[in-house]
Write a protein that binds this ligand. Structure first.
Ligand SMILES: Nc1ncnc2c1ncn2[C@@H]1O[C@H](COP(=O)(O)OP(=O)(O)OP(=O)(O)O)[C@@H](O)[C@H]1O
Length: 236
């Protein structure tokens, strides 16, 4: 009998990634990440947890190409970030990665309408913001996150939880290889947090997206399929 084995490709791979701060040999060197290796499969929801100072943010920054590791290799859908110029890395972040940050105030541009915020990554990549297809996609995503009809308002008219839902819509607009979320529910009440986490989980279950979320909150981590625990710059 013939058997088929499905091996899911890695959306994100880290190979012996280290990140040191401070001058080597100065006696003030901090090892924020210490030879971390892991592979995050496509279509999975991973939480990165650990105590304060354990290296979670540094992990996310290096994995998402926002910071360059001191040594080691990071690959997003097979692309080695260390081989990219700054310009190419910026393009990769814009076109192939989605971000949701901790503070809803930092996630959205207050002077743009809500739907303009959602489609911003497409516009930055060259799409015509007046093109019907572009705004339609933005409105479709707003519907998905429960904010249909609010597209023409400004972000300041939304609650913190609603703003984080817009941030999730925006992070999904370019069909990213990986959506990174840094403490996305830290400033939210439990009900709003559950809505945001449900959207991240749906992006994985319904669309096959890959989500990597840093959190210190065990309840938030429990929404993920896999939990990676950091301790002293290493994965436990
Ligand atoms: N720019 C920097 N310069 C020097 N040390 C740094 C820098 N960034 C981080 N570190 C150090 O690296 C270690 C890991 O920091 P990191 O912010 O990644 O931890 P964390 O787990 O995200 O912490 P928290 O949960 O408090 O945000 C800490 O010891 C921190 O002090």
């Amino acid at each position: 009998m013939e058997t088929t084995t499905t091996v899911r490709a890695a959306a994100l791979e880290l190979e012996a990634v280290s990140r040191h701060h401070g001058r080597r040999g100065s006696g003030r060197e901090t090892v924020a990440l210490d030879a971390v290796s892991c592979a995050v499969p496509e279509g999975s929801f991973t939480a990165v947890v650990g105590p304060s100072g354990s290296g979670k943010s540094t992990f996310l920054q290096c994995a998402a190409g926002l910071d360059r590791p001191t040594s080691g290799t990071v690959r997003i859908a097979g692309t080695d970030l260390g081989r990219l110029s700054e310009a190419a890395l910026t393009r990769l972040r814009r076109d192939r990665i989605g971000f949701v940050f901790q503070s809803h105030a930092l996630n959205l541009v207050p002077s743009l309408s809500i739907v303009e915020n959602v489609v911003l990554p497409l516009v930055l990549a060259g799409a015509d913001p007046r093109g019907a297809g572009v705004l339609d996609r933005g409105r479709l995503l707003l519907d998905r996150v429960g904010l249909a009809g609010r597209g023409d308002d400004r972000p300041g008219t939304l609650s913190g939880g609603q703003q984080q839902r817009v941030a999730v819509a925006r992070a999904l607009v370019n069909h990213p290889d990986v959506l990174f979320a840094d403490e996305p529910t830290a400033s939210l009440d439990p009900e709003s947090a559950a809505l945001v986490l449900g959207l991240l989980r749906d992006a994985v279950r319904l669309d096959g997206r890959t989500v990597v979320m840093v959190t210190h909150d065990p309840v938030a981590a429990s929404w993920a399929d896999t939990v990676l625990t950091m301790d002293g710059g290493r994965l436990r």
